[in-house]
Every structure is written in C-alpha cells, then in structure tokens.
Design a protein. Structure first.
Length: 305
C-alpha cells in the first residue's frame, strides 16, 4: 500500500498528539498543522518532521497550509474550540473555524477528511458544542467533501487527568450520574489512524459510533476499577449535586460555557448519550473493547498497576 500523506489539525492537543503517534505507528507520512506560537517539541520527539503553520480562524493561512503542492491524501481534524485549552481558543473554532477548514480542504482537493465528531450529536440541539459537530458533518456533505466522521462518547481520561490522584485514595471522581457511551483516548486515536490510512473509499461519507461494547455508569466504572486494581473503589462526584442542580444554572445565565456544560449534563443524564450501532464499529475496527479491558489499559498506561 502506498504511504498516506496525512495532515493533522489540532496536532498539539491532548487527543491530536495521540492521533499523530498512532498515524506514525501505522506508517503514515504525518504533517502537523500548528499555529505560529505552538510548541512543537513533543511532536518532534515523536518523530514528526513536517510542520505547516495554519490557524482555523485565518482563511489565508489554511489555504497555504493545505495547498495542493503538499499532496496530502487525508486531513484529520481533532481541534476543539469549546475546551479552550489555550487563551487564543474560542468556541468559534467549532463553527466558523471548521467551516473554514472544510472549505480549504475542498479547495485543495484533499480526498479524505476525518472528523472527530460526537456521539448522538445530531440529537443534541440543546448542547451547542455537541450539536456543532453534527452541523460540520452536514457542512461536509453540503460541500461534497468526502469524509469519515467518528463519533465517540465521553472520554475516560481528560487533560488534566483528575482520576489518578483520587484513585490512590480508593476514590473514582465522577461527573455524570446516568448511563453514557465512553472511550479511552488512545482507543479513539487508533480508530482515527485506521480511518485515515486503511478504510476503503467505499466507507466515505459516513458517521461511525465508536466506544466500548456497552454504555457505562458510575457503578460499572467503579466495579471495573475495583476488579483491575484489586481493591474497593468508591465514587465521589466532581461537582456536588447541590451545586450542579442549583448553583451552576444560575451562573449559566451569564456564562455561555457554563450554560453549555449544564445543558450537556442534563442531556446526558436522560440516558440518550449511547451508541445506537455497535455493529458498525465492530465490522470496521474489530472487536469492541470492554470496560474492564479499557480500564486495565488505562491503569497500565498511568502506572496504577
């Protein structure tokens, strides 16, 4: 198979850097799209040699970064404005920025766009940063840009990772009370690399749910951690229920980011944030990971076992 030339938007991010690692392991020729001020050192340590400067809110820079002269076969987009990991990030990245990226990709003639979307985003109108991903899926269709959208649920791990310190005390910090789809980010990174490099063109223009073999809740997660670590793990809410129910909705009236978070928790706790089609993931990527398998992988990666 010919080596795929893949450009990654959001390469310096928590998920993006893991996607880069997986792509390199799959033998892809990786180019990282970074902003001029971005720290490239970790990507360089991984073995990334090619960089282009581009900002999703700067159309001219995107045209230069994605220029046909580079000969890219695939673009992977994992950038996220909602999380605001850097001061210059904005929720507009998830709307205008992604539209700019799609337009530049189409103009450059890149034949595959791999989008990190969100599970059930088409049904989450009340949660802006969820529904915006669905709108970008629709924009890709509107522009006739060939794409594969991967739709993960919640991430087991975060940046910063708030589980590790608590786990040493036998506590699993939890944020959601209902049942929901979930994934460990290295798993999502592997699926993304496979979608970029190996999935045939017959699988283009589709959205694929990705995650574990079943939804979880705090009891399932605590039981899996207890089994893997061989000690009793208790759950503890990250945000006290009183604050989540009464205080945050008041703050949300004046803060769009908090409003989004409140709407997200309300929507997820309805039990609708779960995969409707596990079979599709199994057909394309193999057997689905179980909660215990995934948590064992997480614990090994984090040095807990």
């Amino acid at each position: 198979m010919n080596t795929k030339k893949v450009i990654v938007a959001g390469a310096t991010g928590f998920l993006g850097s893991q996607i880069v690692k997986e792509l390199l392991e799959q033998g892809a020729d990786v180019t990282a799209m970074v902003r001029a001020s971005s720290n490239r050192s970790e990507l360089t340590k991984m073995g990334v040699e090619n960089f282009v400067v581009g900002d999703m809110m700067d159309v001219a820079s995107l045209r230069q970064a994605l220029s046909p002269k580079h000969g890219f076969d695939v673009i992977v987009a994992s950038a996220a404005g909602y999380t605001r990991r850097k001061k210059s990030d904005s929720a507009a990245t998830d709307t205008i920025g992604y539209q700019n990226l799609v337009d530049a990709t189409k103009e450059a003639g890149i034949p595959r766009f791999v989008l990190i979307s969100i599970l059930e985003s088409d049904k989450a109108r009340s949660v802006p940063h969820f529904h915006n991903k669905y709108l970008i899926e629709q924009y890709l269709k509107k522009k006739n840009q060939p794409f594969i959208a991967l739709r993960p649920g919640a991430f087991l791990d975060q940046m910063p990772d708030f589980i590790i310190n608590k786990m040493t005390k036998g506590i699993l910090p939890t944020f959601l009370s209902g049942s929901y789809g979930i994934i460990y980010t290295p798993q999502l990174a592997r699926y993304t690399a496979l979608a970029a490099v190996y999935l045939p063109n017959s699988e283009l223009n589709t959205s694929i749910d990705v995650g574990w073999d079943r939804p979880v809740n705090e009891q399932i997660l605590a039981a899996a951690f207890s089994s893997v670590l061989k000690k009793n793990i208790k759950t503890e809410p990250v945000i006290p229920p009183f604050v989540l129910k009464f205080i945050l909705p008041l703050i949300a009236r004046f803060n769009d980011n908090i409003k989004d978070m409140v709407e997200m928790t309300k929507w997820i706790d309805k039990g609708v944030y779960i995969s409707r089609n596990h079979q599709r993931q199994k057909e394309l990527f193999g057997e689905l990971p179980t909660p215990e398998q995934s948590i064992r992988e997480y614990c090994r990666d984090k040095g807990l076992i």
